[in-house]
Design a binder for this molecule. Structure first.
Ligand code: S3P
Length: 172
């Protein structure tokens, strides 16, 4: 029987480009934890990119897939769950995360986010809106839900991956 370091999951939430994927990879390397990258799992299962899922089936379909995946995660432990930026917008999703997860919110300034997402091409919500103004506005709309969902908040601006992971692990 494998021994688990954590008897709960670490759930990373935050805006697109806040560092969820990067930090989950880092945690996985440091602690040999399984990672569930929600966007990746959904995209693999549907056999198409996130942008195509949005275009072909609509956002609601994608959001339902997120909810279903989180429900599946309930039986898991010691997994890093890297959510999509919009996952905490549904209250039911937050309830699911909190059942067995410590929810960690990664934050960054809109300028930092823009810098990190400007060359990415599978983020339909931001694809034609890559500006600080758009990011700031969407962030404002989401902030309350993000903060309410979070057990731990970590600001990532100007910090290395190591520093962010140290801060995260120290606050678990
Ligand atoms: C979304 C964020 C994306 C992805 C989808 C919708 C959002 O995930 O789930 O494009 O609503 O903010 P990342 O935060 O990993 O980019």
């Amino acid at each position: 029987q494998a021994r688990h370091l954590f008897n709960y999951n670490i759930v990373l939430i935050g805006f697109m480009g806040a560092g969820k994927t990067t930090i989950s990879d880092y945690l996985s390397t440091c602690f040999a934890m399984e990672v569930v990258e929600m966007d990746q799992v959904i995209s693999d299962r549907e056999g198409m990119s996130i942008s195509d899922i949005f275009e072909v089936y609509g956002e609601e379909h994608f959001r339902n897939a997120e909810t279903n995946l989180l429900k599946e995660m309930q039986s898991k432990r010691n997994v890093v769950i890297s959510c999509g930026g919009g996952t905490p917008m549904r209250d039911v999703n937050v309830q699911e995360m909190k059942k067995n997860g410590r929810v960690v919110l990664l934050t960054a300034k809109p300028e930092t986010i823009l810098e990190r997402v400007k060359d990415s091409h599978d983020r339909p919500l931001i694809e034609n809106n890559k500006s600080v103004e758009f990011i700031e506005e969407l962030m404002l709309k989401r902030r309350e839900k993000y903060v309410a969902a979070a057990d731990i908040i970590i600001e990532t601006d100007g910090k290395s991956e190591l520093e962010i992971c140290e801060e995260l692990v120290n606050s678990l």
